[in-house]
Ligand binder design. Structure first.
Ligand code: SME
Length: 156
């Protein structure tokens, strides 16, 4: 089990005094990917209007745009809530970027209280993600949001 408290501190420390959002997100994707077992993709989709655009990530090249309401990411965006998918093949509308993916978790991100995008994590294992992971990753995202709130650069 990932030590999410440690991971939150690592994400916070890596973001300290970083001026560019893209830099914060790039290191956060690397830290999360390295800290969790059994992943094949971990990264960010960032909102612009009602579309999510691919941001920094670890893993294979992925789809570049996801409309709000589409796929697991777009569902999390319209609900503004985390979505945990035990088996992506049972999720109607799932967008398959990497055919190796079998389970997925998506956590919404806010900047200064406004919806900003999502953290998307995929696993080749069915049922990889549990409630403990959702809670832990939401803690990690709180640390990330604190860094984004401080950064005042619009670079995405
Ligand atoms: N599976 C996602 C698409 C993004 S890839 O997993 C990287 C979805 O259904 O929204």
């Amino acid at each position: 089990m990932t030590d999410y408290r440690q991971l939150s501190m690592d994400v916070g420390a890596a973001s300290a005094d970083v001026k560019k959002e893209v830099t914060v997100l790039a290191n956060a994707s690397a830290l999360i990917y390295a800290a969790m077992d059994g992943l094949n993709w971990c990264g960010f989709y960032l909102a612009d209007g009602e579309t999510l655009y691919l941001g920094p990530f670890q893993g294979k090249a992925a789809c570049t745009e996801i409309p709000f309401g589409k796929g697991v990411c777009g569902t999390a965006a319209v609900r503004d809530a985390s979505v945990l998918v035990y088996d992506v093949h049972q999720f109607s509308g799932h967008i398959a970027c990497d055919s190796a993916s079998n389970s997925e978790i998506v956590i919404p991100i806010h900047k200064n209280g406004e919806f900003y995008g999502v953290l998307d994590i995929d696993s080749p294992l069915i049922g990889r993600f549990r409630e403990e992971d959702r809670e832990g990753l939401e803690t990690v995202i709180r640390a990330l949001e604190a860094a984004l709130d401080k950064s005042n650069c619009g670079v995405r």
